[in-house]
Design a protein around this ligand. Structure first.
Ligand SMILES: *Cc1c(COP(=O)(O)O)cnc(C)c1O
Length: 361
């Protein structure tokens, strides 16, 4: 069997959830995009005893969780895409965001037999989804007139909370509070991972951690509030061939790397078809049997090449970590000019295996 695997430590996931839960009265675990590449059903099952609710991007994701037996509340973060999802939302007792006027109008036309929990979303400055602040009060009052809307939540989402030096988050909080003033709002929700970690004023009733659950820091630079997180995934494979090359030999497609001296090169079963970044430059860190090494040559679809010159004990079968407990994901992010979100949610083809923390050392 091809040795490429994503090892996943569900204890670390639970630990990270508790970090988020400790910041606010309620914490919803965001498991959209297959739990950022970690397996939504497995992650939701692991969290269900303590997570109070889950958040997903679409009803398909919510129904997959219900089919797997998840009974906790599930919020559709973008609401419905078509009004005919409303009967399913009702039948499966989902929580639903309302983020556009057309959704609100469709909701008003629908007459459910059971109460629905609605999260009314305001665009406090990100300018993606949500009702403009000037329209929020009217929309909130329209919701209150619907007898079957229960415990409505006022929510918003941050654009720049991952940059702790950017005052825009403070402006978004102020815009949200100003538009909520005078309304009878019982429950508020503002913060994603970066918001709840770095912006204490954003920790209102429900926080919505996503990325941090998986142990990755959402921040652009170092940020102590993210230090308590534990990596959940270790992306691993093995050396499948070793080449001893003289100086002056090109490696891989395009021959972009030419050996400056004689070198020992390892070929690893991991490529961009697995979601490893194709553009990972020379020098991107990896670990071989726990020792630091680096990528040389271009990443190809199924394989990549690493420098084993300083690791005489490494050879065919040596274990390689691409990111995880030995190679911080943030280091790969920095080398590749990408984000932790992109790397984790972009994984494919690699087998996922749920393991104990000991297996990740
Ligand atoms: C994805 C998402 C989150 C989680 O964001 P992270 O940055 O991963 O913590 C929270 N709220 C909403 C509305 C989202 O779409």
């Amino acid at each position: 069997m091809r040795p490429a695997q994503a090892l996943i430590d569900l204890d670390a996931l639970r630990h990270n959830y508790r970090v988020a839960r400790g910041t606010a009265s309620h914490a919803m675990a965001i498991v959209k995009a297959d739990a950022y590449g970690h397996g939504a059903v497995e992650c939701a099952r692991a969290l269900e005893p303590e997570a109070e609710a889950f958040g997903v991007a679409a009803i398909e994701e919510a129904l997959a969780l219900r089919e797997a037996g998840i009974v906790r509340p599930i919020l559709l973060l973008e609401g419905f895409f078509e009004a005919d999802e409303l009967p399913l939302i009702e039948r499966h007792d989902l929580w639903c965001a309302i983020a556009s006027e057309w959704q609100l109008a469709a909701l008003e036309r629908y007459a459910p037999k059971r109460p629905l929990r609605i999260w009314l979303k305001m665009d406090s400055g990100m300018h993606r989804l949500g009702l403009p602040p000037a329209e929020f009060a009217d929309a909130w009052q329209r919701l209150q007139r619907l007898p079957w809307v229960r415990d409505a939540v006022a929510m918003t989402h941050f654009a720049n909370a991952d940059d702790v030096a950017d005052a825009y988050t403070r402006e978004q909080i102020a815009a949200f509070d100003a538009a909520c003033a005078g309304l009878d709002i019982g429950v508020r929700s503002l913060a994603n991972s970066a918001g709840l970690l770095a912006w204490p004023d954003a920790r209102r009733d429900w926080v919505r951690p996503g990325l941090m659950l998986y142990g990755a820091s959402p921040f652009v630079g170092p940020e102590p509030s993210a230090d308590a997180l534990r990596p959940v995934m270790s992306l691993r494979s093995r050396v499948i061939a070793v080449r001893e090359l003289e100086a002056g030999e090109p490696i891989g497609y395009g021959g972009t790397f030419i050996t400056p001296k004689s070198m020992r090169i390892g070929v690893v079963a991991m490529g961009y078809a697995d979601g490893y970044p194709q553009r990972a430059p020379e020098g991107t860190p990896v670990a071989v049997d726990g020792h630091a090494s680096r990528i040389v040559g271009r990443v190809s679809m199924d394989m990549l090449t690493i420098d084993l010159s300083a690791l005489p004990d490494a050879g065919v079968g040596s274990e390689v970590e691409l990111w995880g407990t030995q190679v911080p994901l943030a280091d790969v992010v920095r080398h590749c000019g990408t984000s932790a979100y992109t790397l984790l949610s972009g994984l494919k083809r690699v087998e996922r295996k749920y393991v104990s923390a000991d297996a990740l050392r």
